[in-house]
Design a protein around this ligand. Structure first.
Ligand code: AHM
Ligand code: MG
Length: 348
């Protein structure tokens, strides 16, 4: 085959995200064009954010804005750009009537298409791990989608939008790493799409992702170990033992960018932990737009997510920015962590 036909056929076997959405529309929770359009809007925002990140060093988008967000964290320019692009895409699309973002103190309500029967609420962390952007390490966007219950009305919309993670109709993330990959679930398994920048399309590259049971990596900020509960320290000693079956030790991997750490562990098997610490007594990660979407994804991939005692998806939310301790990844490793935290296991 000559070089030209090789290039022409390069994408022939890959399904685009749009084709996938159309093909699977019937399997989507509410099987409507509105839901498909919402996913497409999110993917368009992801492409724009990806383009900004890829050219960050040559555009004036690195560094801080001089402002802090509601959690008193310094905002990066890219945090604000990512937030703005997601809000714009959802506003343009008209399927979404409420947004909760890490970068906005309150929920944002908007006029959505009054003809549309479904009303979606979307929660997102526009740019997770954004402290990594200035050093060219990978970052990500996390999103979580709910359908508002029938009883919603303009005066109760904020209250009814805070639902348990188990009610999510879709969730996903975009990892801006050595390539840009969008991974999402609608409750029917997990699929990953790699962005081909030359044609501007997400292509199905990781169909039906399953997290391996045998975890080969653990991810935690071990600088905080002095603050960890004794039960968690015991679990860490156990997890680092030589595996009696393989004679091998687990490896430590921690980027400090939840999306990237999660994505790596999803593909290779492992456990990510952000427990409560002295600085973060309730854990650091936020329930509505970090823990819940990743918990939905990991369960759909065969894994598990808890706060150490309770399934993440069962936690009743009380506020938009509430935090939770998080143990997420391969089921056997997360279950072992829970046994230690409950005091049922104390040593190897
Ligand atoms: P962010 O949403 O403000 O970026 O914070 C969340 C990030 C996660 O991506 C990452 O896993 C964690 O904070 C790292 O925190 P630490 O530096 O305490 O280990
Ligand atoms: Mg974050």
């Amino acid at each position: 085959m000559d070089q030209q036909s090789n290039q022409t056929n390069e994408h022939a076997s890959f399904l685009t995200l749009e084709q996938f959405i159309i093909d699977r529309q019937k399997a989507f929770p509410h099987s409507t064009g509105a839901f498909s359009r919402l996913l497409r809007d999110l993917s368009v925002a992801a492409k724009i954010i990806s383009r900004n990140i890829r050219r960050a060093g040559i555009l004036d988008v690195l560094g801080e804005t001089g402002t802090v967000n509601v959690q008193d964290e310094k905002q990066k320019k890219l945090d604000q750009i990512a937030h703005r692009e997601l809000v714009r895409a959802l506003q343009r699309g008209g399927q979404c009537c409420l947004i909760g973002s890490e970068e906005a103190s309150d929920t944002i309500t908007m006029d959505s298409d009054r003809e549309t029967p479904e009303r979606y609420a979307v929660f997102f962390d526009p740019l997770d791990g954004s402290s990594n952007t200035d050093v060219n390490a990978s970052v990500g966007t996390i999103f979580s989608v709910y359908l508002l219950p029938d009883e919603w009305a303009p005066d109760n919309i904020v209250d009814v939008s805070l639902q348990r993670g188990a009610e999510q109709v879709a969730a996903g993330y975009v990892a801006y790493g050595s390539s840009t990959i969008l991974v999402f679930t609608t409750g029917n398994g997990v699929n990953g799409f790699t962005l081909d920048p030359s044609i501007g399309e997400f292509l199905l590259s990781h169909p039906d992702l399953r997290i391996p049971d045998r975890g080969t990596m653990y991810s935690v900020n071990e600088a905080d170990v002095g603050d960890f509960a004794p039960e968690l320290r015991a679990f860490l000693r156990w997890v680092k033992r030589k595996d009696p079956d393989t004679g091998r030790r687990i490896r430590a991997r921690y980027i400090g960018s939840f999306v990237s750490d999660f994505h790596r562990n999803l593909l290779g098997g492992g456990i990510y932990m952000y427990p409560s610490t002295a600085d973060h007594p309730d854990g650091k990660l936020r329930l509505m737009y970090e823990a819940n979407p990743m918990a939905f994804l990991v369960e759909q991939a065969g894994g598990r997510a808890t706060d150490g005692h309770q399934r993440i998806l069962d936690i009743e939310p009380t506020s938009l920015h509430q935090r939770t301790p998080l143990f997420i990844g391969s089921r056997p490793l997360v279950e072992a962590a829970e046994r230690f935290l409950r005091g049922e296991q104390t040593h190897t």
